[in-house]
Design a binder for this molecule. Structure first.
Ligand SMILES: Nc1ncnc2c1ncn2[C@@H]1O[C@H](COP(=O)(O)OP(=O)(O)OP(=O)(O)O)[C@@H](O)[C@H]1O
Ligand SMILES: [Mg+2]
Length: 603
């Protein structure tokens, strides 16, 4: 048999490589912008026509190229950024594969004008489908000006696969954001079909985010800062209340490179658990600076994936950094519990020595999430815990609140402190204004944390015995009930299988009405089905949430709540770990600032 294997011509090899690297106009935009950054540009202008299908032009004031380099830059595997295999683990540039320009030139008509700052004349070069059309010296600005025309002109199949101009433009804007947001030192602009879309002046990270996403972000961001021996995390997260229903502004960078990393995304998202609705997505703009020897970026042609030597370590640091930022900065900082003057007066009338204000030294590094639950923090227990930890977070000071609204308080001490509005809201004065608490949501938070403790085995659920009660489920649901049997027991249900898909319930949680048993069990099964596939799935959280929501629906309205009961609820709520957010992520507590009330009163 004659030999049949041949080396492919460069133009074909380049087209094959281009298939991986340049999937759409936005991929070319990314590569060109990254080249400008690598060239040290402090100014980068991107000009687009017809969603990049007709023209993508990038003008930079970076290093520029000599005539020979300009020609070389379009060869495959030609790069100035690495020269040996070891360099792959010391990469500090965006590019290193030496194939972006070769790929682009294989599938488009490219013109480049480039001049190093120290040279008087530059080079102008035209290349089309990997074929050099012309190269000559020319007058041009220092830096590089590259035009990519008619992308995929020789690959009609690819061209036909492109989406609408709107969709392709969206991809381009996204790539523009990914590069520009993490390089705030450089100024950037984007012009599409003659219209200026972005003009970003150089500045800090936060002002760059604001430049891209709008002024409103000034109030929405919380700083994240974490330094360890191996890495530094720097950036911002969106406050939980601004989490979105769509997976929007989630930007994770490693050494200034945008990357996708499901595991680290989980580390960040998980830090928001319970603070945002389960179907919402937190925003983040976070950069990990790490020694390049600790990572491998040579995984995928688009260079958006990275392996860490010790991923679990990075996960842990990231998770802690985000949690700490939320804990330090966000938890309704306007809430303070310094009591009203009337109550302070009442307290000062007590015989001396009765009040012993705890001595607390303030720890500015305090992170509420690190606090381990001790027996006293169980909101279901009869002696309420001190709220020192909580107060330290919000006020940095300790108030006598524990003394006058503790469980053993006498009625006079809460007299006039709490007011019930429409059987729905508890109103109470705090130093910064009027605090409003949603009664039902407060209940569900208290129950939720109580159930969570039951599920983690910290306290035992109390039970009431029933006349055996039969319940039937569909085969799928019955399977779920069987799999949750142990957990249901911890919540106070005593359930035995009966026949194929039936169950007999012999005991139920003490706080549940017999008539609600079926509805509560169904709710638990339904929630389990809904969230079990979720990456963030935590069986205990889901069960406790379902159970608290189900019970909450049956809670008596507040029209008969005495002040003592309100004070009790108040204390129990603020003994919770996350008192201001309901298990479904909605707000429990709000404060109308005194200044706002004063404004309302003005003529
Ligand atoms: N805007 C620019 N200014 C100065 N030099 C450039 C510019 N763009 C490209 N170059 C030079 O051309 C070379 C080839 O660019 P190309 O994008 O093809 O490869 P790379 O950036 O080295 O690696 P990668 O394929 O991963 O992007 C670069 O190594 C760089 O030396
Ligand atoms: Mg490159």
């Amino acid at each position: 048999m004659s030999n049949i294997i041949k080396l492919l011509p460069d133009s074909v090899a380049n087209q094959i490589a281009a298939g991986e690297v340049i999937q759409r106009p936005a991929s070319a935009v990314k590569e060109l912008l990254e080249n400008s950054i690598d060239a040290g540009a402090t100014r980068v202008d991107l000009i687009i026509k017809d969603a990049g299908k007709t023209l993508i032009q990038v003008i930079d004031n970076g290093a520029g190229m000599s005539a020979i380099d300009a020609r070389m830059s379009f060869e495959r595997h030609a790069t100035s950024k690495i020269s040996k295999a070891d360099d792959l683990f010391a990469i500090r540039t965006m590019g290193f594969r030496g194939e972006a320009l070769a790929s682009i030139a294989a599938i488009a008509q490219v013109e480049i004008k480039t001049r190093p700052h120290e040279d008087e004349l530059g080079t102008c070069l035209k290349i089309e489908g990997s074929t050099l059309i012309s190269q000559e010296s020319c007058q041009c600005a220092a830096g590089t000006n590259i035009m990519v025309k008619n992308l995929f002109f020789n690959v009609p199949a690819r061209r036909n696969f492109l989406k609408s101009n709107t969709a392709e433009t969206r991809h381009i804007v996204e790539e523009f954001i990914r590069v520009s947001v993490i390089h705030p030192d450089a100024s950037f602009s984007l012009v599409h079909n003659g219209k200026l879309v972005f003009k970003l002046i150089s500045g800090g990270f936060k002002s760059r985010i604001i430049g891209l996403f709008g002024k409103a972000y000034d109030q929405r961001l919380l700083p994240v800062e974490q330094k360890t021996d191996i890495l530094t995390i720097h950036g911002f997260i969106g406050k939980p209340e601004y989490a979105k229903k769509t997976r929007g502004e989630q930007y994770l960078f490693v050494n200034g490179r945008f990357i996708r990393h499901a595991y680290l995304h989980h580390a960040i998202a998980n830090a928001f658990t319970e603070l945002i609705p389960s179907d919402a997505f937190p925003s983040y703009f976070l950069n990990i600076s790490i020694d390049p020897h600790e990572i491998d970026i040579n995984i995928h042609p688009t260079k958006t994936e990275v392996n860490f030597k010790d991923t679990r370590y990075v996960y842990a640091v990231m998770h802690a950094a985000v949690k700490q930022s939320i804990g330090k900065n966000n938890l309704t900082p306007t809430i303070d519990f310094t009591v009203e003057p009337a109550i302070e007066a009442a307290l000062s009338e007590r015989p001396k020595g009765e009040i012993s204000a705890p001595q607390i030294t303030i720890d500015p590094e305090y992170n509420p999430f690190k606090t381990k639950t001790s027996g006293g923090r169980n909101p279901g227990s009869p002696s309420w815990p001190t709220t020192q930890d909580w107060q330290k977070v919000f006020t940095g000071e300790v108030t006598p609140r524990e003394d006058h609204v503790a469980a053993d308080q006498s009625p006079e001490e809460t007299q006039g402190r709490f007011f019930l509005l429409q059987s729905k809201f508890i109103l109470t004065g705090v130093r910064s204004g009027l605090m409003i608490i949603d009664l039902q949501k407060a209940h569900s938070r208290i129950l939720y944390e109580q159930f969570l403790e039951q599920l983690t085995g910290k306290i035992k659920a109390s039970q009431q015995q029933l006349f055996p009660h039969n319940i039937h489920f569909s085969p799928d649901d019955a399977e779920i009930v069987r799999s949750l049997k142990n957990d249901l027991e911890k919540l106070g249900f005593v359930i035995e299988a009966l026949g194929k898909n039936g169950f007999v319930v012999n005991g139920i949680p003490a706080d549940l009405l017999e008539t609600d048993v079926e509805a509560v069990l169904e709710k638990i099964v339904e929630n389990h089905k809904q969230y079990a596939k979720d990456l963030n799935y935590d069986k205990n959280v889901i069960l406790a949430r379902a159970r608290s929501m189900a019970v909450n629906a049956t809670i008596k309205t507040g029209n008969r709540l005495s002040e003592m009961e309100m004070a009790d609820l108040f204390n129990r709520l603020f003994a919770c770990k996350v008192p201001e957010v309901a298990p479904d992520g909605s707000k429990i507590v709000t404060i109308i600032a005194l200044s706002d009330i004063e404004k309302l009163m003005k003529k």
